[in-house]
Every structure is written in structure tokens, then in C-alpha cells.
Design a protein around this ligand. Structure first.
Ligand code: SF4
Length: 347
């Protein structure tokens, strides 16, 4: 069956035009889906019964089925969603101290990038998500968060998968989320996190309204980075930084560099001291993320004193560096811990 949430608002209008329906009908339906949060045509009470039945027979709205949820002590909720082919993805609803909510969503079933500190890497890649499967994660979390229409929320592509390896569908989903006739989300509220695929960043830079960019850096030299991130092989730091220098970063915005701190791997004083030298000439902040253990992982997080010492070295060089307080650790919902704990397919 065709999926309406795979279409941009202008494509939805085209579909309804072909069905010889007036344009206000498509506006009504978009309103129901993206503003009211309707999950079926039957809820759309300002459509005639016959139109609702016709649409129900031909189109589906939701491409996800919730199959699991775990709530952490800190209020973070991790959802497991089943896709039409029974594969499972995970998304996380994170209440922030600021009162805002962050929706951490997936872009692929699994991931092929192989970062050693990430549980998703162990799954390998099954497939890319469609635009609808990305958009519907946001819609599900939006309904769960029970936000009022004007209440802001953030969307971060930091769940399962490398978004720049599924860029067509990620860009289409972002176009739907930011369209004023759909979710009307500001591009500044969307962050795409990448392990540093240079070609993908180059393509993103050509977008008229690129989202915020976060780069999973994790080392200040290629040698250390290669030990934990195989992607470094074809995407050396020199090329990555060269591309970032050309990125059309709007005034007052800056890159976020994520740095997963792993004991005895990348947590030395000299690693911290090398970062400002490497990132010189960029506007940026650094998110320090103490490694989040997962079953079978070989790494450990540094102790608190080491983490704070690392941060102090950055402070002395006037670098904005925050230590990310991990959310949802007790439900394996923190950074790098997502791995569709149900298995990739429903039994
Ligand atoms: S950290 Fe991101 S890019 Fe690396 S393996 Fe995990 S999901 Fe893939």
C-alpha cells in the first residue's frame, strides 16, 4: 500500500489534484496528520465518509508499529518500532533539563560504519529507512511528548544508522518536517550527526537550508581515530576539516564535535591539547560523552577526575566543552547503545 507520509506536501497536493479533489482537502489532511497527529483517515471528521473509506483503501499514514517501550528513571523513553518488513528500529524521547524535549531518531536499520564504541555497529546494515519511516518516528514521539502547538522540540539524527549514508531519504524527511504545511519545524531545531563522510557533508553543504551539523570526531589524529572508527580510512581528518571550512555555516551557528571519551584510548592530556589545534579556524563546541557501556563492549569510560581534567584543558584554550550527561543509560537508550534489543526482526 502507498504511504502518504512518504510524500512532501506539494506531492500530496498533486495526488489529490489527480483525484479531482479541491486543494483545501489536501490542506485539511496535512493539518490532521502533522498538526493534530491523526494516525488514521477515520479520525478526519471533516472529510466525507466515502472519501475517508476511499483513502483508507488506497493509502496508509503510519509506517511504524510500536512494539516496545522502556522508560528510564530520568524520564527518557526508548521505543522499538516494527517496520512493514518486520525489521525493528529504535527511537528515544529525551526530556531535557531546559524543559524542552529532544527526539533522537534512526535513519537506517543497523549501520555499516563500524564505530567500535557503538552497539548499533554490531548489527551491520540491513537497509535504509524511507522518508516516511523517518518522519513517522518524529510523529510518534511528538504524540507521546504531548506538546502544545507552539512548544519547541529538537530532532537529532543520532539514533541507529549514519544519516549521510541515506541522504536522499533523510533530506526528503527534513523537507517534510520543515515544510510550513507539514510539521513546520525550524531547520535550526534539526541536527544531523555524522561520523564524518566527506562526500555527504559536501552534498549537504549545497542544500538551500542545511540542518545543524554534528560530527562524531573522537580523536584529534587519524591514527587514534582509525583504531575506533574504520570510516577514517577513506575520510581522513584533513579532508573532513577542509570540507567543514567550506560549509556554509550561518552566522552565530557553530559545529558540534562529539567526542566519546574512552579510557586509555583517546582520553590523554595530549588528546585534549591537540583538539583546539586541529579545529583551529572553525566555529565549534565540543560535547564530551563518557563512553556508555553495552553488553560485550571492550571499552571503559574514564573516571570522573580524568573526564574533568580533559575538559579543563579545553577550557584553558577557550573552547566551549560540555560533558554530556547520559540519558536513559539504564534502558540502553544512551548514545551508542541503540541496537534494537529485540533483534533486528520480530520473531
Ligand atoms: S556511531 Fe553512528 S555511524 Fe558509527 S556505527 Fe554507530 S550508528 Fe553507525
Amino acid at each position: 500500500m502507498k504511504t502518504l507520509t512518504d510524500l512532501s506536501p506539494s506531492e500530496v497536493r498533486d495526488v489529490f489534484r489527480e483525484m479531482r479533489l479541491p486543494s483545501f482537502r489536501s490542506d485539511q489532511i496535512l493539518q490532521w496528520i502533522y498538526k493534530t497527529g491523526a494516525t488514521s483517515f477515520q479520525e478526519m471528521t471533516n472529510l466525507s465518509k466515502s472519501l475517508r473509506e476511499k483513502l483508507t483503501a488506497e493509502w496508509q499514514l503510519d509506517s511504524l508499529r510500536e512494539v516496545k517501550r522502556n522508560k528510564a528513571k530520568d524520564g527518557t523513553i526508548k521505543f522499538g518500532f516494527s517496520l512493514h518488513d518486520s525489521h525493528i528500529i529504535e527511537s528515544v524521547l529525551i526530556p531535557m533539563e531546559t524543559g524542552k524535549q529532544t527526539f533522537c531518531i534512526s535513519s537506517q536499520v543497523g549501520c555499516t560504519m563500524g564505530c567500535k564504541f557503538c552497539n548499533t555497529a554490531r548489527m551491520g546494515l540491513t537497509r535504509n529507512l524511507t522518508a516516511s519511516e523517518i518522519v513517522c518516528q518524529v510523529l510518534h514521539l511528538y504524540r507521546e511528548a504531548e506538546l502544545s502547538e507552539n512548544q519547541a522540540f529538537n530532532v537529532v539524527f543520532m539514533g541507529m544508522g549514519e544519516p549521510l549514508a541515506n541522504l536522499d531519504n533523510v533530506l526528503k524527511a527534513i523537507a517534510i518536517l520543515t515544510d510550513k504545511n507539514a510539521m513546520n519545524l525550524s531547520r535550526r531545531r534539526i541536527t544531523v550527526s555524522t561520523c564524518g563522510i566527506v562526500n555527504g557533508i559536501r552534498r549537504l553543504a549545497r542544500e538551500p537550508h542545511p540542518p545543524q551539523l554534528a560530527i562524531s570526531l573522537n580523536a584529534a589524529d587519524d591514527e587514534t581515530r582509525l583504531k575506533i572508527m574504520p570510516i577514517t580510512e577513506g575520510n581522513p581528518l584533513s579532508e573532513l576539516l577542509d570540507q567543514l571550512k567550506r560549509y556554509p555555516l550561518p552566522p552565530r551557528e557553530r559545529f558540534t564535535f562529539e567526542y566519546v571519551l574512552i579510557r586509555d584510548v583517546n582520553d590523554r592530556d595530549e588528546d585534549a591539547a591537540n583538539l583546539p589545534r586541529l579545529l583551529n579556524k572553525l566555529r565549534y563546541k565540543i560535547n564530551l560523552i563518557p563512553f556508555n557501556p553495552f553488553p560485550g563492549s571492550d571499552f571503559l569510560a574514564p573516571d570522573t577526575a580524568r573526564i574533568e581534567a580533559f575538559q579543563q584543558i579545553l577550557f584553558k584554550k577557550n573552547v566551549t566543552a560540555t560533558i554530556r550527561k547520559s540519558k536513559g543509560q539504564d534502558i540502553q537508550g544512551a548514545c551508542g547503545q541503540l541496537a534494537a534489543s529485540l533483534g533486528t526482526e520480530l520473531e
